[in-house]
Design a protein around this ligand. Structure first.
Ligand SMILES: C[S@@+](CC[C@H](N)C(=O)[O-])C[C@H]1O[C@@H](n2cnc3c(N)ncnc32)[C@H](O)[C@@H]1O
Length: 233
């Protein structure tokens, strides 16, 4: 076997400068998460959860992000909603996939990103600009509470990434669900690690009458992949 054939290549074709930005951002995110490991509210007296998280990436891990990229390529996703953008790392993967899909099969790439923390939105835009127009030009960042910002101007959604604080996941899905196309894919992060906090979402998508079929993939802390197959559409 050649050397090249011995390593997987999920991002083949992605420009080197963008891969290098992604590696850098994932490193920064991992360092922050390691520093938070084992800490609880008592370690941050006087600070709210949002205060502590304000300067944190909490980016989707690199292997999960690469898998999400592949999934978006596989289903030819061009209209993608990202619930929870933070500093915009996973958004870059979504934009790469939608842009490549549009280039290959026509149509427009459209990423609807969401963030309610203004300082995070500023940083996300900086990262996208650094990647170039191919990325920044296809992302529409909706600032504010996504339960409001996703209500309008959304249709034919191919892919939804639920990478948001757990209690927000089900309300978000319920806002976006009427806009999902038949066969759309929803990915939810940490459904093993945060199984208790996702109780309502998991009960909803796994209900025998639900319009979703679901699988929990064995990534770190789990990654739920759900396919939307409504009976009436
Ligand atoms: C886990 S982080 C997202 C990480 C991002 N997907 C990435 O991989 O780089 C979740 C983000 O959701 C944002 N958020 C939480 N509640 C929100 C809400 N109601 N509306 C919009 N954004 C929200 C938080 O500020 C946080 O930045």
């Amino acid at each position: 076997m050649s050397e090249a054939a011995q390593v997987s290549n999920p991002l083949q074709g992605v420009p080197a400068h963008i891969r290098s930005i992604l590696s850098r951002l994932h490193c920064l995110s991992s360092e922050q998460e390691e520093a938070l490991e084992g800490k609880g509210a008592d370690d941050f007296p006087g600070l709210t959860f949002d205060d502590v998280m304000r300067d944190k990436f909490i980016a989707l891990e690199e292997d999960k992000s690469q898998y999400v990229y592949q999934l978006c390529r596989a289903i030819n996703a061009k209209t993608i909603v990202e619930a929870g953008t933070s500093f915009g790392v996973s958004t870059i993967y979504l934009a790469l996939a939608a842009t490549a899909n549009a280039a290959a099969t026509g149509g427009q790439a459209r990423i609807i990103a969401t963030e309610n923390e203004p300082t995070k939105a500023v940083k996300a835009r900086e990262h996208w600009r650094e990647c170039g127009d191919e990325i920044s030009g296809v992302i529409e960042l909706r600032e504010g509470d996504l339960r409001e910002t996703l209500k309008e101007n959304l249709e034919n959604v191919d892919f939804l990434l639920l990478d948001i604080w757990c209690p927000m996941a089900l309300p978000t899905l319920q806002v976006v669900q009427p806009k999902l196309r038949y066969g759309a894919v929803v990915v939810t992060d940490n459904t093993i690690g945060a199984i208790e906090l996702y109780k309502d979402l998991l009960a909803y998508i796994r209900d025998p009458d639900s319009d979703f079929i679901n699988a929990t993939l064995p990534f770190h802390k789990g990654l739920e992949v759900s396919v939307y197959l409504p009976k009436t559409k």
